[in-house]
Design a protein around this ligand. Structure first.
Ligand SMILES: N[C@@H](CCC(=O)N[C@@H](CS)C(=O)NCC(=O)O)C(=O)O
Length: 208
């Protein structure tokens, strides 16, 4: 049985699709998300009680969740794919970057998207303040990511770190922020988007 990726258009599953394609791994895609009741949500919840995507079922039935973990696993399973660097210290830095995005950026997007889950205040103005604060945090975290990893992403053939950076930076006003605050990194992101390893998947995720 091929791998099964649970995901949806415009979501973080795009980064895993890019990785599976880059590594030439056969997979089937199942549309599922917590915000689409007509999707395979029930099946997703059985595998991932958080109801989050990307969720990947491996050939033997093992369930992988957490975008960074999935990308690191695929990179280690397919060392010739270029998903992760082969040089140990460079690989360690990419793993740092993947965990950085998941821990600091993806998590802040969740607060920005669902502020009502992060405050006991029931009023819209209070929830808006939570969302605004989450976005400010998120944008600051991207500044730091850009300063540490921006040059490296520009110089290298895109792998797992570039995939996750491009996908997660699409959300919560990050691109508009980077465009003015980190213009060079913003240009790098645009260049990466046009790379064949990313372009087709991004196009599919944006099509109506
Ligand atoms: N820590 C997870 C976060 C995944 C996540 O938040 N995914 C979003 C879609 S991009 C989701 O499924 N959100 C719906 C929800 O939390 O109910 C990861 O890095 O993969």
């Amino acid at each position: 049985m091929p791998l099964t990726l649970f995901g949806s258009r415009g979501s973080g599953s795009a980064a895993v699709e890019m990785a599976l394609r880059t590594a030439s791994v056969e997979y089937q895609l199942v549309r599922a998300s917590s915000w689409e009741e007509d999707s395979a949500l029930e099946q997703l919840l059985e595998m991932n009680p958080l109801g989050q995507i990307p969720t990947l079922r491996l050939e033997d039935g093992t369930i992988l969740t957490e975008s960074a973990a999935i990308l690191i696993h695929l990179g280690l399973e397919h060392p010739a794919s270029g998903l992760l660097p082969t040089i140990s210290t460079a690989r360690a830095m990419d793993i740092r970057g993947l965990v950085y995005i998941a821990a600091n950026c993806y998590s802040a997007v969740s607060v920005s998207d669902f502020p009502e889950q992060w405050t006991t205040a029931a009023t819209t103005p209070a929830q808006t303040k939570v969302r605004d604060a989450a976005r400010a945090q998120l944008h600051q975290k991207w500044n730091v990511f850009s300063d540490i990893f921006g040059m490296k992403l520009r110089a290298s053939e895109p792998g797992a770190l570039a995939f996750l950076a491009v996908v997660v930076s699409q959300w919560s006003g990050t691109r508009q922020h980077l465009r003015t605050e980190r213009p060079s990194f913003y240009e790098t992101i645009l260049q990466l988007e046009a790379h064949p390893r990313l372009a087709a998947t991004l196009r599919e995720h944006r099509e109506d």
